[in-house]
Ligand binder design. Sequence first.
Ligand code: GUN
Length: 348
Amino acid sequence: MVLCSNELTVYSTGAKHQGATSQHYSPTKVMCLKITYTYFLESSRIILVPDKGVGVSAVIMDGKAISKEIQTEIAQEVAQFIEQSGITPCLAAVLVGDDPASEVYVRNKHRACERVGITSQMHKLPASTTQEELLTLISQLNSAHDVHGILIQLPLPEGIDTLLVLDAVDPQKDVDAFHPENVGLISQGRPRFLPCTPHGVQQILDRCGIEMSGKHAVIVGRSDIVGKPMSMLFTARNSTRGPQAANATVTLCHSRTQNLAEICRSADVIVAAIGVAKFITAEMVKPGAVVVDVGINRTDEGLCGDVDFDAVREVAGHITPVPGGVGPLTVTMLMYNTLDAAKLFAGM
Ligand code: GUN
């Protein structure tokens, strides 16, 4: 190793840097490719962050391809279920108001249903819909024998009590896993339904060969939809993919967390779900770490995630893009839950 003013130059083994962690850059593994790192001291340890544009590039975890793969599996299972039970799974989506982003999400869900052989109902209500009218519709859907999953697209218009509405959904049809009964079951490690986005993250990681067991996962963002349930899935003893996709040590960070950058740098896996564009910078990522970006932010430059992708991809070992990362999985895992809801209805 050669130390110069504020740079540490490391001679590394060569072409393949994907997935490398700092210990791979030991002085005994030398030659071939010269990489310049910025280094700094933290708790008596030297932290190396490769400078931009030095050829270190993370493996891109292709959520779109993984989503397709899972949809193919679900379509086969749906066909088998229909043959065995004579029941076609059905998802009822409820959209209140005319939020353009929500309309796109609901349309994507409808298309995904078509692809996997699930029937879908779309209940589009005007923004002027009262809470009582919405609760009446939910009550009807709860009683409908041909509806197995109910999805209330969020956000709901102002003036409607979101928690009250979500609590009104029959827990057996709650394919978002938002009902307190289902959240309680998840927290006890005996889930009825799995929250779609965290389950999608778990699927991506495991299908990309990332072992979670014993690893330090740092989740940035404590929302009820992503951050909190993600922490429960990672800390569980088992998962739909086996124990290797769970059993992590989790730190759940949020807007009030002190030393956030330092905590992130100690992570083997970072899940960014804070809702702030490019919040996770290269300096917050340990070389070789896995970075999952759940953010979808609409900026002047277009759609971007919670991770500064261009910079972080040069430090991380694996990274999800936005778009084409976690997003497609959320919809797919909703299909997974709707099939499970139909199985529940059929007593299977
Ligand atoms: N709005 C944003 N994300 C979600 C989600 O996962 N489920 C529902 N129902 N609405 C959302």
